[in-house]
Design a protein. Structure first.
Length: 204
């Protein structure tokens, strides 16, 4: 999938470069003809061709460097966000799987990890991941009933889906409850209760 996306990006870059070069060449010919319109036609044609060649070469280098720098920045951002996402997911799943068996020290350590991760998420996470992270934190901070705790689990799943999407996964076949089912045995029961609450929710 990433290989196919890479080919698509490369094709788009090539098309943009060719388009830019064609525009520069056209402008160079027009400007050249205006400058050399009173000169001998043979000399004028040679001068216009030479100027077009130089301008096209310069434009190719400038445009190529621009997109090269842009690709380098995107690569750096991706390299920086991956360890942050990995640490976040590992911390969340570790605490979740411990559940009620987690000791007070574990809870304190988990809270400390979240405090350390949050600034890194602000710096490197995509807008979608950052939004989902904020909603998940809000949901667990007010989760006092069973229904609210179950709702927080689905906010966690939304966060995980956003992280996968930022990694490049389209997730078209991943449905609600699929990711929860990887670490919660009764995920299908949670999903049924969630759907029941949704259908019973009064309108307005």
């Amino acid at each position: 999938m990433r290989f196919i996306k890479g080919l698509g990006a490369l094709a788009l870059l090539a098309a943009l470069l060719l388009g830019g070069v064609e525009v520069v060449a056209l402008l160079a010919r027009r400007i050249g003809h205006q400058i050399f319109h009173d000169v001998n036609p043979t000399v004028s044609a040679a001068a216009v061709a030479a100027m077009s060649t130089v301008l096209v070469a310069v434009a190719t280098v400038v445009i190529g460097r621009y997109y090269g720098r842009r690709a380098a920045v995107e690569t750096e951002i991706r390299a920086s966000k991956i360890p942050v996402y990995s640490r976040l997911v590992e911390s969340l799943l570790r605490m979740l799987l411990r559940g009620e068996a987690a000791a007070a020290g574990d809870t304190d350590q988990f809270a400390q990890e979240l405090r350390e991760i949050t600034p890194q998420l602000i710096a490197w996470a995509s807008d979608d991941v950052l939004t989902k992270w904020s909603r998940f934190k809000s949901s667990i901070s007010v989760a006092s009933t069973e229904a609210e705790r179950e709702a927080a689990l689905f906010e966690l799943e939304n966060l995980l889906i956003a992280i996968r999407r930022d990694y490049g996964h389209k997730g078209q076949t991943v449905k609600e409850g699929d990711l929860l089912g990887l670490f919660i045995n009764d995920a299908h029961e949670l999903l049924e209760r969630r759907r029941t609450r949704t259908t019973r929710r009064p309108e307005g």
